[in-house]
Design a protein around this ligand. Sequence first.
Ligand code: GN1
Ligand code: MG
Length: 363
Amino acid sequence: MAAPGDNRPLASADRGARDSIEAAGQATGAFGIGPPARITRHGTGNINDSYRLSSPDGGDYLLQRINQAVFDHPERIARNLERLYAARPDRLPEILRAADGELLHRDAEGEFWRLYRFVSGSRHADTAATPEIAREAGRAFGSFLNETRDLRPADFEDTVPGFHDLRARLGALERAIGADVRGRVRHAQDACAVIERHSGLAAIEFPRDRIAHNDCKISNVLFAADGPRALCVVDLDTVMPGAAGFDFGDLVRSAAARTDENETDAARIGLDLARTEAIAGGFCETTVLTASERESLVDGILHVTFMLAVRFLTDHLDGDRYFRTAYRDHNLDRARNQLALLRDMERRRPALEKVIRAAAKGA
Ligand code: GN1
Ligand code: MG
């Protein structure tokens, strides 16, 4: 099996070496819009570089550079997007083609760029401030799953091999611990031990015979700037075969957490049950799930949370090559954050089962 992308060489810092704003400005030419009047870095994504820009005629756009250390076959993303947009699901951002008709433009340096029309009057959130917002986020990703239900997994390509393969992720962590290239293992023993104790989670199987979004954190939902209404879901690079339980779980992990992924005070980290219930309600009322998918929802929450802890810790030990970081132990702190969240989820499992079963039944 192919190793997950987390361990591919090339530091995120390397990508900043070139003057990125200038490169972004040049890339717009390929999309047939003049030199931008204004261009700024945008968003809180951990992987790609995003820029918001306005063209001389007042058009508002989002330009993104694909991180090829993570997506080493950007053309797979382009082919998947062609298939996705051909199915015309509602409420996706408008994507613009380059002058040569392609969805991704490859510049002279080999960088890949794509352009969206900026969704006007939108904002994003890093957690759901209220159950109402949580329910809307549940509806947004539930609708996405529902509208892509007729797409055939065989027609889509894996843009990151082994992306949601927990066994492979644990294998990568084991190799990172063995190699200890940065001498960081000693200081991360606590997280390594908690992960070791939970490795049995990898034995749980999930139904994965559909197209899923695969990156359902709440910051990938755009909301109306003036209210809780969800406008669309974004960040479509990992739309590929996946599991409904992981999409649901990722949303709960991010939107129902009482803090964001960067919180370091373990006492503050935990899951909000009212928001979880609201997400489950919104998700289940907008999508048709099979019986085994419904059964997988609670496990999905724990599974994606644990998997993300494994990924953050692996990246920390590997020397921060995958996720964008702001300080030395950022990925270690994020791993500990997800493990604290996992502990709280385990404590609340009976309550989670109850509210999620009720939502799935009521749908
Ligand atoms: C990354 O790109 P972004 O920031 O939306 C990551 C997700 C993680 C997330 C954690 C391609 O998402 O899998 O859950 O960080 N995306 C990729 O914040 O690895
Ligand atoms: Mg993403």
